[in-house]
Design a protein around this ligand. Structure first.
Ligand code: NAI
Ligand code: AKG
Length: 538
């Protein structure tokens, strides 16, 4: 008998498949303190949560037979994925099951902002009859900027169009073709700032989206813009938003999700031009039934048939292949991370070449690892080796894998090229017996670089003095160079430098470098520590 514990408020009818199954028992225990849950988690095989329960490393460490953590929803930011992975605990979610509810909540927030419905309601129910204080604006013929054109963003765009709104969409994966199909305009963040009357965000919270809407961004928006966040707290800097509301730059904000939850920013919560809800985007009968049903059915499939549909953290590989390819797998993710940074854009096409011994292996796993590295730059923790190809397909990016058993100078060699229109970035890499991982090609240049955390990539004209000038700028800013590699196509022609550094290059140093005569391109690249393959290697 498998024991399932449900620790947040989750639809009973959605859990029916589990209740009815002879091999499962379900305990519903919402409102437990972290200590209480930690005390009893050892008895359970599966845990189902929404967003309240914090599935921390501490909790997971107390679990003795837990095999699955199921998030009845999309965002898994309340679950320590790496800790679960390290413990070999599968994390699944229910993407798509609450899309419509979240999109409808966004529309409700937008209409409430436009017509000040919550404020009018409070005034009227307090006994007032004030028909002048609540004059609103129409959505009709207004411009809506949608930041994040994934599942929810696209549904919001569709609904807003029916209200006669013009839609500007920004998403690194939004192509002209898809924008045309949806009859929206593919825009930049700054087009949206300049033109939008309403802005709504629908991205996950990532390194790039944290504080995306901040003082600088708000200063570029139209005066009187109205802003909605039904995605994740932190995408909008709450203090900046309050400043914007106070100055009138922002006419109104409707916020469902907060930097900390339960929300505590009193200035925002009580602001006369803010509308706030307690993370209700997915709180509908239908969404809760669908998310609970999806995760219940998947839990049964996992325990009864070993089949996984929406894994966040689990690859399916044979132990033998994994062991053989392990050094390349680690490197594969790193070259994905480097190539996407070097491209500076979301790719529309990916080419992967395997040469020598690597071409003779089943390198599906390796390919997924590279793609995970590429996509994780924009999609964060939601991408893993199981869902990487699926997500790539969802984003409309084509990829080709080519294998050539002849060696290309190394016993095993892999080369990754990302394309974005006419631009491309290439990284070639190998693992040298006894010496470890090496990047041996960057764009058109041969290099020999150990993949370290901080890299500086420079393309320049091959003229005397370049190395010294770059070295002095870094030295003046107390940035130690670990290694430096220079290469050139021909004497006096194009050349490149790749440096490994002991610390980050800040904007000031980058600016000095960019302004140096003779440099064609300067790029600081980072392979974050946390970007090692997210699965259990035991
Ligand atoms: N308020 C609530 O109760 C709910 C909130 N959510 C949240 O809504 C958000 C969106 O969910 P879905 O549409 O299902 O996810 P999705 O994965 O379908 O779409 C997210 C999109 O954001 C894009 N993106 C990533 N970085 C970006 C950037 N820097 N700039 C612009 N776009 C970027 C991605 O390319 C992707 O297309 C998630 O954060 C999710 O957790 C989801 C359901 C309910
Ligand atoms: O479970 C909930 O109500 C929150 C939904 C949500 O934020 C998500 O699915 O990402």
């Amino acid at each position: 008998m498998y024991k399932v514990i449900v620790t947040d408020s989750i639809s009973d009818s959605g859990l029916k498949a589990l209740y009815d199954h002879p091999n499962f028992t379900v305990d519903k225990k919402s409102g437990l303190s972290p200590e209480e849950l930690k005390e009893i988690i050892k008895d359970y095989d599966a845990l189902i949560v929404r967003s309240q329960t914090q599935v921390t490393e501490d909790l997971l460490n107390a679990a003795e037979k837990l095999r699955v953590v199921a998030r009845a929803g999309v965002g898994v930011d309340n679950i320590d994925i790496n800790a679960a992975t390290r413990k070999g605990i599968l994390v699944i979610n229910a993407p798509g099951a609450n899309t419509i509810s979240a999109a409808e909540h966004t529309m409700a927030m937008m209409l409430s902002l436009a017509r000040r419905i919550p404020h009018a309601h409070m005034s009227t129910s307090a006994g007032n009859w004030d028909r002048n204080a609540f004059k609103g604006v129409e959505l009709y013929e207004k411009t809506l900027g949608v930041i994040g054109m994934g599942k929810i963003g696209a549904e919001v765009a569709k609904r807003a169009q029916r209200f006669g709104m013009k839609i500007l969409g920004y998403d690194p994966y939004l192509t002209e073709e898809r924008a045309n199909q949806m009859n929206i305009t593919k825009a930049t963040l700054y087009d949206i700032a300049r033109e939008a009357d309403f802005i709504t965000v629908h991205t996950p919270l990532t390194k790039d989206t944290k504080g995306l809407i901040n003082d600088d961004y708000l200063a570029k928006t139209k005066k009187g813009v109205r802003i909605i966040n039904c995605a994740r707290g932190g995408i909008i800097d709450e203090d900046a938003l309050v400043r914007g509301l106070n100055s009138g730059q922002v006419a109104g904000a409707a916020i469902d999700v907060f930097e900390t939850e339960p929300a505590s920013n009193q200035e925002l919560l009580s602001h006369p031009h803010a509308i706030v809800t307690p993370h209700l985007g997915a709180s509908t009968v239908e969404a809760q039934e669908k998310v609970a049903q999806e995760v219940s059915e998947e839990i049964i499939d996992i325990f009864e048939t070993d089949s996984i549909h929406h894994a966040i953290n689990m690859p399916q590989v044979s132990g033998e292949t994994q062991k053989k390819l392990q050094p390349f797998i680690d490197l594969g993710e790193q070259i994905g991370i480097l190539a996407i940074q070097l491209l500076k854009n979301a790719p529309d096409k990916i080419d992967i070449h395997y040469y020598g011994n690597l071409a003779k292996e089943d390198n599906n796993l390796l390919t997924r690892t590279m793609i995970k590295g590429i996509l994780s730059y924009h999609l964060s923790d939601s991408v893993n080796m199981v869902n990487a190809l699926h997500l790539l397909n969802d984003q409309g990016v084509s990829f080709n894998v080519m294998k050539n058993p002849e060696s290309k100078g190394f016993a095993s060699y892999m080369e990754l090229t990302l394309h974005h229109g006419d631009h491309h970035s290439t990284i070639g890499a190998t693992v040298l017996n006894g010496y470890g991982a090496r990047i041996v090609k960057m764009n058109e240049y041969r290099v020999d670089v150990r993949p370290e955390r901080y890299l500086l990539y420079i393309e320049h004209h091959d003229v005397p003095g370049m190395i010294g000038r770059v070295g002095s700028i870094l030295g003046n800013h107390d940035i130690n160079i670990g290694t430096m590699q220079v290469g050139r196509a021909e004497a006096g022609g194009d050349a490149n430098m790749v440096l490994t550094l002991d610390k980050k290059v800040n904007d000031e140093v980058a600016k000095e470098l960019v302004e140096m005569d003779g440099l064609k391109a300067v790029q600081f690249l980072e392979i974050p520590n946390g970007h090692l393959p997210a699965y259990n290697m035991q």
